[in-house]
Design a protein around this ligand. Structure first.
Ligand code: ADP
Length: 201
């Protein structure tokens, strides 16, 4: 089954594209969702984090004390690297498990690895092709402000903190420009699916 990487910076419309592809019978491996699931109370990753960083990083109800962990790694490059490696290993292992389940089911047109940090984590290696969602900067800021009730300068800072679209474009096979209407986006996706030989329903 074809594995497609789907990525895009904050506010480009990656989640909107992912939802549309799910409606077109693609299986979605959602990196953000999985990265939240692996630190839910009772998950083995919490034991590993506790062993590395101490029991203060676990709240009384068994959930991860995110602020506590962030404070420990804040000014310590080595500890941050350790945290990232523990987390990434588990997130990637879980993504692989979910992907293999979908492959075994064999009921989808293809598998979408939906990951905002696809290139940063090196997930493009799992994918036969990568599709990048882009949109004009001012639209991204406007849409995220409306979605998250955030301030424009905060959103702009978050965008500037990420890998630039120009860099991502060089590494991608296809680009979906979501600077128009939703209808135009859906049309672009349908045309791309047809070009790639997938069904459009
Ligand atoms: P991302 O996952 O890339 O951060 P989303 O898919 O959540 O972005 O889109 C950001 C916001 O913009 C959402 O509220 C979404 O409904 C809206 N949106 C996405 N594409 C369009 C579009 N073409 N026109 C208008 N609003 C859009």
């Amino acid at each position: 089954m074809e594995i497609i990487g789907l990525t895009g910076g904050i506010g480009t419309g990656k989640s909107t594209v992912s939802r549309y592809l799910s409606e077109q019978n693609f299986a979605i491996v959602d990196a953000d969702l999985i990265s939240r699931q692996v630190v839910e109370p009772g998950m083995p990753l919490l034991d590993e984090l506790e062993a590395a960083f101490g029991s203060d990083i676990i709240n009384e109800d068994g959930s991860l004390n995110r602020k506590g962990l962030a404070a420990i790694v804040f000014n310590d490059v080595e500890k941050r690297k350790l945290m990232d490696s523990i987390m990434h290993k588990e997130i990637l292992a879980e993504m692989r498990r979910v992907m293999e389940d979908f492959q075994q089911q064999g009921t989808h047109q293809g598998i979408i690895i939906d990951a905002p940090l696809l290139f940063e984590i090196g997930l493009e290696k799992w994918c036969g092709q990568v599709w990048l969602v882009t949109a004009d900067m001012d639209l991204r800021i406007e849409r995220v402000c409306a979605r998250d009730d955030a301030k424009p300068e905060e959103v702009e800072a978050r965008i500037r903190n990420q890998m630039s679209d120009d860099e991502k474009k060089k590494l991608s096979d296809e680009i979906l420009d979501n600077s128009g209407t939703l209808e135009e986006l859906h049309k672009q996706i349908s045309e791309l699916l047809q070009k790639k030989g997938f069904e459009v329903c």
